[in-house]
Design a protein around this ligand. Sequence first.
Ligand code: NI
Length: 257
Amino acid sequence: MELVFTTWNEVEAYLDRSKGIIVPLGSIEQHGPNGLIGTDALCAEAIARGISGSDDVMLGPTIAFGVAPFNLRFPGTISMRSKTLMSIVTDYVQSLASQGFERFYFLNGHGGNVGPVRAACQDLQAERSLSASGSQRDMRFFFRSWWEYPTADALRRELYGEGEGMHATPSEIAITQALFPEHPKAAPAAAPPRLSIEYLRDHAGDNHADARQHRLHFPDGRVGSDSRLARPEHGRTLLDAAIEDGKRDYKTFLSQL
Ligand code: NI
């Protein structure tokens, strides 16, 4: 069930069956020479749409903009400041919470969103906890990046090994190839330099330098990811795996006390 294709009466009726909603999070940023600018938003939305295939699971509108200031020297990138994304998340949640939604499952497609969205959720809980009367209603948040789903994660390791890298990954590009064959892109000629385990550890969550340095360090936009390896058939398998993992994950979240 997709919020933008429902009526208010249908949403009111839905709230009698469930208090949950899935919110896809993306980013509009460069994804190397053969990755679509919208990759992160497109992947998160497609997986979330697959999870929400029944009338008892609501899919909210995608927050397509993410925090990616390090990519601003690559044309086409649109980055939010952290505080902007935090404000969007807060207003999104509070709008729906005022009508009865209580469980918000963020399905993330971009590393740079992890810190700001978790911080926004902590602040929402802090506000409720600090208010003198306390809130009558329950409010829960869950945050999952799709590549953390166990079956999808095992698959991308098996398919690409070290070539998965960090940004413009073959797995995310394979997913967009499966979804949008009408937008084919030529693969780059060579693999990018491999990154050390230490680099991957220290820069997790898109902990990168400023845009000028970032483009200097990663001139074609790929951060250790060998996107030449992406294939649409991999993308279909990854998508199916992530959707199955996501269905279980969402159900568990709703059933938690
Ligand atoms: Ni991405």
